[in-house]
Design a protein around this ligand. Structure first.
Ligand SMILES: Nc1ncnc2c1ncn2[C@@H]1O[C@H](COP(=O)(O)OP(=O)(O)OP(=O)(O)O)[C@@H](O)[C@H]1O
Ligand SMILES: [Mg+2]
Length: 259
């Protein structure tokens, strides 16, 4: 059995599509027959609210407890019963808001706690997707230090879509000191519309600044918010929409790239 590909979805810019990418890439990979785990590292717990059957505030063992506690918490933390078939979840929670300070004070290697804790999961899953919070602090560092690959979602329709992206690229080089094999899969253009000039400009700049662009782009669609409100995948909502097909293409592209 091959070891799981661990993909961090990271960008410290808020609202650029990290959670949406995590959730729908997960459901498409599962639809294609893969065993998938989502790890929610964001105090906002948006991925957990979408994919989880429980409210994050009711969950005893979330990524917050797992990061600070013993590896034996893993069995409690791992939830296999979610709203998406073949997708497991380690919930995030508001408690993550305090975790960075606690890690700094108590952990022997503050940015490598997640890597140690999820070592045992590599044989159980084909893909582990980590949803990062909108910051470049310790939670994101933990995601990047445990990942084999990283995707950077960029909001294509916004003129500020690339703001700060060079900081993220610099951060990746720092993380490579502890995780030398981390590969950048590329920037993923979200809410992309090839006809709009601002999108064309962002595409060009993203290619310059990030270096790699994923071929697949994700269009703007109201289905995305609907799916989140209904706690459904885009496949459940309407599998024939353009945005659903884009996430399917993304999954196929990622599978080819990580082989
Ligand atoms: N392709 C899309 N079309 C329309 N709306 C979208 C699309 N992708 C994301 N959105 C919406 O944009 C908002 C931000 O997306 P999302 O929550 O995925 O970003 P995020 O990077 O995870 O945000 P945060 O930094 O707060 O964690 C959400 O309301 C989401 O539903
Ligand atoms: Mg998010």
């Amino acid at each position: 059995m091959s070891s799981a590909k661990i993909i961090a979805i990271a960008n410290h810019k808020g609202g650029c599509g990290k959670t949406t990418t995590t959730v729908h890439l997960a459901s498409e990979l599962a639809e294609l027959g893969h065993r998938v785990l989502i790890i929610d590292l964001d105090p906002q717990a948006n991925a957990s609210l979408h994919v989880g059957k429980k409210h994050p505030s009711e969950v005893e063992t979330t990524t917050a407890e797992l990061l600070l506690g013993d590896v034996s918490l893993l069995t409690d933390a791992l939830e296999e019963d979610t709203n998406f078939g073949n997708v497991s979840l380690i919930y995030g929670s508001l408690n993550l808001g305090r975790t960075e300070d606690q890690l700094k004070d108590d952990a022997p290697r503050p940015s490598e706690e997640l890597a140690t804790k999820i070592e045992f999961l590599k044989d159980l899953y084909d893909y582990i997707l980590i949803d990062c919070p909108p910051s470049l602090k310790l939670l994101t560092s933990n995601a990047l230090a445990s990942a084999t690959h990283v995707i950077i979602p960029i909001e294509s329709g916004s003129q500020y879509g690339l703001y700060g992206v060079t900081d993220l690229i610099n951060h990746l080089s720092k993380i490579r000191r502890v995780n030398p094999d981390l590969k950048l899969l590329g920037a993923l253009l979200i809410k992309h519309d090839e006809r709009q000039n601002v999108c064309k400009l962002i595409k060009l700049e993203a290619s310059n600044q990030v270096g790699h662009l994923l071929t697949t782009t994700i269009p703007n669609s109201t289905k995305v918010n609907q799916a989140a409100i209904l706690q459904q995948s885009l496949i459940q909502l309407d599998k024939n929409t353009k945005v659903r097909k884009a996430f399917e293409s993304l999954a196929l592209e990622i599978i080819t790239l990580v082989q």
